[in-house]
Structure formats: C-alpha cells, structure tokens
Ligand binder design. Sequence first.
Ligand code: PRP
Length: 175
Amino acid sequence: MNDTDWEVLISADRIQEGIRKLGAELTEIYSGKKIIVIPLLRGGFMFAADLVRYMDVDLQIEFLGAASYGEQTQSSGEVRLTLDTTLPLSGRDVLLVEDIIDTGLTLAYIQKLIKSRNPTSLRTIVLLDKEIRRKVAVEVNECIFSVPDRFVFGYGLDSPGGFDRNLPDIVALKE
Ligand code: PRP
C-alpha cells in the first residue's frame, strides 16, 4: 500500500515501550516456572517475537494459526485453525499472544481449544483492543493499547491482500 494512504496510530517506540513493561510484569508473574508461549499466527508473530526478548523466563515456543478474515477487511465470522501445536499442553502454563481482538471470535475459539487440552493455566495477552467491535465476551488478561474502529495494520497485522505486516508502526487507513 502507498504510504500516503495511511497514518501512524501507534509508533514503533511506543509499541516497544509498552511491550517492555509487559515483559517485565510477565517475568515476575512466571518467576520460577517453565512456560509455553503460543503466538497466534499470523498476526501475532511480531508482537510475540519482541515480547519474549523482554521476558527473563524459561519458555518454549509453540504456534497456533487461525484465520477468519481471509482476504477481506471484515471478519467472515468463521474461524479456521490453520496450524496446530506439537507439544502437549496438558499440565503446562500457557501464555497466548495475539495481535488484536476485534469481534473476539478468534480468541474465543482458540481459548476453548487450548482449555480442552487441560493446561494448568492460560493467560491471554493482546497488543491491540478494538473494543467497540466486540461480539462475544472474551477473558483477556492484558491489552496494551486500545484502537478506534478503523482499519489498522502494520507490526504483524496485514493490509488488504496480506501485505504491510513488516511496518514497524501500527498505522490506520486515512478516512
Ligand atoms: C485477525 C487478527 C486476529 C483476528 C481478530 O486475524 O490477527 O487474529 O483477526 O479478529 P476477531 O476478534 O474479530 O476474531 P486474521 O483472521 O486476519 O488472520 P491473520 O492473523 O493471519 O492476519
């Protein structure tokens, strides 16, 4: 997408500052534990990659993939699992890392899946909260930033066609 089409909503510096603070909190919370961190793909990959570098915790990484938007800018309302974990989650402390909660359908689906595998604990952290669009109630332990009801992308989130995930800032389409 052309960079005249969007404007920065949350700068890379602010993102890093927020993630550093959360990383320090999680380091305290999980002190002495061996945990499994699950970035939810695809959008959560960048947030998770930065977050784990701010966590001084013994951790393993697993991945889950989910898609509901396809190539559309609106959720289809139907969540598909696109990638599953390989390690058993039973008896483990699991940290689920997601880029954005919008309707809540994706996280509701993924949390149910993880809980069905009997982890000792499940904590969900999200970078961006678009609360106004929520359709289902979802328990989230921490959201770093609230975003307005605009099309946002960058820092892991894609623009139409699947591009621009590599932008270092969270940006919004100009209205
Ligand atoms: C986006 C985003 C979240 C989800 C949030 O994923 O990464 O996973 O939508 O929307 P919801 O709360 O309405 O479910 P998408 O389906 O676009 O897949 P992607 O992560 O591969 O971009």
